[in-house]
Design a protein around this ligand. Sequence first.
Ligand code: SF4
Length: 182
Amino acid sequence: MPEAFIWEHAPAFLARVDNLNLHGLHFQHVELCERRAWMYLHKVNFAQWYTRVQTGAALHDASYQRDHSVRGLFGLAPDRIEWDECIVYENKGTGGAVEASSNQTAFYALMLSISTGKQWRAFTHVLSSRRRREVVLDAARLQTLWDASVRLAQLGEQDAVPAAKKIGLCSSCSLAAFCGFD
Ligand code: SF4
């Protein structure tokens, strides 16, 4: 039986998520690259003309379908939910960018914990290795998500595109041409 979920910042976190219409990907992006997060927040999207992303999206759509357990979850998009056990899963193609993908997965668990009042568990399911990795929703992770939400709010209000330096992700980022890192 899952424990009750109690977090003093829950109301403020929920309000911020609601006001900014934040999703799991915001929490992944802000960990990886603030410029990418800013672009996502401000709805600047180059994916339509970036062929690599188009191909990737098609492969992604073809490789797996979201589980029926997540139907009707407006604003949340995890890949599978075990409602009875209070466990949420997020699928990832590879096991890279651990912190960023863990934050995305933890965000789903946190939102479900706040909504249901029960402590949810979260797992990242790595498709390439067929392994699952637990993301523990402990005090440190809650603080990370809180800090990320504060930073996302700041980026949402910021007009200027944040400075960025070239990182490993740039080679597969749809914004690489904009940043000059292609
Ligand atoms: S290309 Fe690199 S620096 Fe630019 S948004 Fe993407 S990840 Fe960030």
